[in-house]
Design a protein around this ligand. Structure first.
Ligand code: GNR
Ligand code: NI
Length: 174
């Protein structure tokens, strides 16, 4: 397994729509293993392919709190087929927007169809943090970020801060 580099704002790749996975082969399973290692190392509870610059519709998650009882999920070509009318707030963060957190409301529960790492069709119903996480990850596959749910004022402030930090890094790297 190999840990991969996580891209951050303002990398324009984060706004790209990821392409469906056509075949679940060993190369895809290696990608999934690398994504899980990268997510656990970060540490984070989810990771989408595009966050390691792979624009494919694949995501991994593990919302278990216990390091000794890992519960990794890998979802290929996931589709949200149902969301509850009931909404729930959650304090969200994103590995691609380091050290920024904001409360976001999303449907409290959802059902998602996907292909698993063995190539089998699956369906899951999620609630709590898993529902929040899977919606956050599927947003990444569509080029969406959690800051897109904030007011334009707040969102622009975050984008500007990261753009400025990137400019600083570029200057000092000369
Ligand atoms: O590690 C993560 N924590 C998190 C907390 C609340 C809501 C969503 C998340 S996902 C995030 C990892 C990440 O950026 N996944 O794309
Ligand atoms: Ni994220």
């Amino acid at each position: 397994m190999a840990k991969r580099n996580i891209i951050t704002l303002p990398d324009p790749l984060l706004r790209k729509t990821s392409e469906p996975v056509e075949r679940v082969d060993d190369e895809m399973r290696t990608l999934i293993d690398d994504m899980l290692e990268t997510m656990y190392e970060a540490p984070g509870i989810g990771l989408a392919g595009i966050q390691i610059a792979v624009p494919r519709r694949v995501l991994v998650m593990d919302v278990s709190r216990d390091e000794d009882a890992r519960a990794p999920h890998a979802l290929i070509n996931p589709e949200v087929v149902w969301t509850s009318d009931e909404m729930a707030p959650y304090e969200e963060g994103c590995l691609s927007i380091p050290e920024y957190y904001a409360e976001i409301e999303r449907p409290a529960r959802c059902r998602v169809t996907y292909i698993d790492r063995d190539g089998a069709r699956q369906e899951m119903e999620a609630d709590g943090i898993l529902a929040t996480c899977v919606q956050h990850e599927i947003d990444h596959l569509n080029g969406l970020l959690f800051i897109d749910y904030l007011s334009k004022l707040k969102r622009d402030r975050v984008i500007k801060k990261f753009a400025k930090a990137e400019k600083q890094r570029a200057t000092h790297a000369l």
